[in-house]
Design a protein around this ligand. Sequence first.
Ligand SMILES: [Zn+2]
Length: 298
Amino acid sequence: MGPLHDEDVPRWWEALGLPGLIDIHTHFLPERMLRRVWAHFDDAGPLVGRPWPITYRWDEASRLAQLRRLGLRHFTALTYAHRPGMAADLTDFALKLAATEPDCVPSATFFPEVGVLEQVQSALERGARVFKIHAQVGGFDLREPVLDPVWGLLAESGVPVVVHVGSGPVPRPGFTGPDKLEGVMRRHPGLTAVVAHLGAPEYAEFLALAGTYPRLHLDTTMVFTDFFEAAAPFPPELLPRLAELPDRIVLGSDFPNIPYLYAHQLESLDRLRDLEPALDDDWLRAVCWFNGKRLLGV
Ligand SMILES: [Zn+2]
């Protein structure tokens, strides 16, 4: 059985024979900005859609300590911009955090704006090992021409980019949906993209893309939890697909912006075996450790 409380998490990964966990989708932001993001969740703002009480509304030191207590050996500091002119500062923040917290993987972001290619080049030179962009919050189409050379550069570098382009929690016509990423992958089939939230709610379409593009991955962020199942349930008939792609599904959580305990994400993954026996201990080991290790190069 999966862990019910955060204190039970280390026992859970120990029982799997793992040295800990690797989470590709956690967030750190400059404190003032994080407060603003939390205010959006509090108000169930237009891009959030429903009440979303944040469990880990703590200061940065306490949040870092909690990830270490859970046994996260490597995690990310994903940031993302909602308008032009922010991405460079967010990248500076994330790279600085990684410089003082060695278990935090150097993370970066970008936005379709003048100078974006130079910004991404600079982030790579400063050691960025994962990027994040958010088409739903940012309000842009991944296929914007100014991003085309960026996708090319990232494909060449092999550095993964976590992409929120699914239509959850609230669709933004013109910006979200699988066709946007498909357009990018068609031009840059070698891009190491990680589809956030398993592409919710367009699970089937994004899993089909993963069948076409071997470098396409999907993260588990919030998927299968009671909270997500209530709004965007994962179709049970797709569970065998997850078992067929054991090297392409990677642990993500959205810590700290989650309305439940971290343990519940793991419990939700562990209980999948009741519905699909092939989602067994080996599958969990790949998802919770080996795939993240390979993607992040840690
Ligand atoms: Zn997230």
